[in-house]
Every structure is written in C-alpha cells, then in structure tokens.
Design a binder for this molecule. Structure first.
Ligand code: ATP
Ligand code: MG
Length: 307
C-alpha cells in the first residue's frame, strides 16, 4: 500500500501525512516498524515542511527510514552519500565543461558569435543546457515527489556542511551565473548521522531531531519476524532477548538491528528451531564483530549469565 502520489506545493503539508498513526501503518506496509515517537516526528516534518536529522548508533534503521518513507509515498529517493572532501560540484551542481567547449568551438567554426562580446559568449554557455545537477539540485528541481536522503552527514567537512544550509532552510540553490533556483514542492528531507563529529548549530536549527536507539526487544522481535520470512515466533523471541542482554554488556560494539537480522538468517539456515547456549556460542561470530566481544559474550554464556 502506498500513499497518494502528489507533489507538495511549497509550504503545504505533505498529502500522506494525515496522522502519526496513519504514518505508522504506511511504514509497516513498506516493511518498516516505527515506534510512536518516530511516527510523530515524521508527521510533524510533513506538516511543517522541515527536514529530519536522525542520529543514533549504527544499524538502527536511520537510512532505512528514509528509504521506507520514499517507498510508502511512492516518491523518488535521491541520495547524497556524504564523505570527507565532498564539494559543491558533487553535492549541488557542476558545469558540463566539455559541452561548453564544444559549443564555443562550434560557434567559432560556424562563424556565429565571432563578433560577440565576452559577455555574449559567457551567457551562451552558462545556461540550463550546460548545467549538471547533482543530488541536492536534482531534488530541488524535481517535478514529482521526492525524498532526499543526505546520508552520513557527519562525514562531511565542517565547511561542506555550509553547502546544505540554503537547501535545508529555503529549499533553494543559488547559482551565481543563473540566479536562485527554488523548489516546486517541499521535498521530504532526511539527514543521518552516527555522531562521528558534532554537527553545527546552524544545521541542527534547520531540522527536526530524531534519535533512533536500539529498539525494545518486543519491537525488534517483530522486525525479525517481518524481515526474516519463515522464522518462528519462539526463535525470533529468543534471538532478540539474547541481543538485548548482549547490549547491556560492556562491549566494543553492540550488535545492531542489521546484525540481529543476519544472525536470525544464519540460525534459520542452520535449521535451528530454538536457541540454546551451545548454538548461541557456536554462532556468536555471525553476530559480533570483535574478537574481544565474542570472548566476553562466550564467557557470560558459559557461566549461564545470558538468557
Ligand atoms: N524499524 C525497522 N523496521 C524494519 N527494519 C529495520 C528497522 N530498523 C532497522 N531495520 C533493518 O536494519 C537494517 C539496517 O538499517 P540501516 O542501514 O537503516 O541502519 P543505519 O542506522 O542507517 O546504520 P548506519 O549508521 O550503519 O548507516 C535495514 O536494512 C533493515 O533491514
Ligand atoms: Mg545508514
């Protein structure tokens, strides 16, 4: 099931956004189980036309929430994957230099423009035809509904973060040679961060904030049942109880939802119907990523301190 497919006029509430409960149902239909708070933040974002900044530990569904929102609204997902060194020409727009050069050559061979001034020449090649839109501009210019995912924004340099501010507050991009390009709709925007570094106040001010923590064992069990077809309720419950207990330990890296799912798939592939201490100990390598963590968990299992 998807929501109504219609671009949102700037400033108007998103059409799919009738109530937080309704959003919960739509997300579930797209394969994402959100808690009440998440649905409320999404609803508010749609009502207010504001971006959502999602922070939280790795593998807790930050990126997936943006993807599922796109799926539930049948919107196009435009993704900007952030990394150190990302600049304007990769994030916003670039000029197609080869095409510009060809145009100038063609004009001079054909005699056109030979008498023209530098300004004529410049205005001839700095037009829409020669513009290469990158994800942020692509989202601003889209005529159809889009979800813009600015993933792992904490990997950006502080200076590059400033590139986002105009888009996030006014949904527009200023290009010196062309002027200001404004969006025809209010795109749904998500930014995700693992908190590798602190984001600027200016960026935070422009967004609604959502902290996605590890889900409660009950909800994680439902996620496992939804994402791992064929798994029994009993095995899913045992897996998520074990994972919840492991998250209480002092480990170097706590297992993420993604790792829980991987473990569940492994146990299912091994033909397990229920989880006992022996099977858990044998398969810990699928769940944990550090040798020291595996040793800590194995010791707890051996002493009967885990469920
Ligand atoms: N609430 C949820 N409902 C359904 N699936 C979920 C949920 N949360 C997490 N998942 C599953 O966990 C996987 C990992 O989620 P995702 O990649 O979105 O994590 P992340 O928070 O973006 O991690 P990272 O910080 O490493 O990028 C998803 O592919 C999805 O299968
Ligand atoms: Mg992610």
């Amino acid at each position: 099931m998807t929501a109504e497919i219609r671009a949102t006029a700037p400033g108007a509430p998103a059409p799919w956004c009738s109530s937080p409960e309704g959003i919960g149902g739509l997300l579930r239909g797209a394969g994402y189980l959100a808690d009440e708070h998440t649905c409320t933040v999404l609803w508010l974002a749609g009502q207010l036309g504001k971006p959502v900044l999602i922070e939280g530990p790795a593998g807790t569904g930050k990126t997936e929430l943006a993807k599922s929102t796109a799926a539930m609204t049948a919107a196009r997902l435009i993704r900007l994957q952030c990394y150190e060194g990302l600049d304007e020409s990769r994030a916003l727009y670039d000029w197609n230099y080869q095409k510009q050069l060809l145009r100038i050559l063609a004009d001079s061979v054909g005699g056109a423009g030979q008498d023209g001034t530098w300004a004529d020449l410049e205005s001839g090649v700095f037009t829409d035809d020669f513009l290469l839109p990158r994800p942020l501009l692509e989202a601003i210019r889209a005529a159809e509904p889009v979800v813009l995912l600015i993933d792992e924004v904490d990997r950006l340099d502080v200076e590059a973060e400033a590139l986002l501010l105009e888009v996030l507050s006014d949904y527009q991009v200023s290009i010196p040679e062309l002027g200001t390009l404004s969006s025809r709709q209010t795109p749904m925007v998500f930014l995700t961060s693992n908190r590798a570094r602190d984001l600027s106040e200016a960026l935070r001010r422009r967004c609604l904030y959502l902290y996605l923590d590890y889900p409660a064992a009950e909800r994680e069990r439902e996620i496992v049942r939804m994402r791992v077809p064929g798994i029994s309720a009993q095995l899913a419950g045992q897996i998520t109880a074990m994972v919840a207990a492991l998250r209480q330990l002092d480990l170097r890296q706590h297992p993420s939802v993604a790792q829980t799912l991987e473990w569940a798939r492994t146990l299912l592939a091994l033909g397990a119907e229920h989880l006992d201490a022996g099977l858990a100990a044998d398969s810990l390598r699928t769940l944990l990523r550090y040798r020291s963590d595996i040793e800590v968990a194995a010791a707890r299992l051996a002493s009967g301190q885990l469920p």
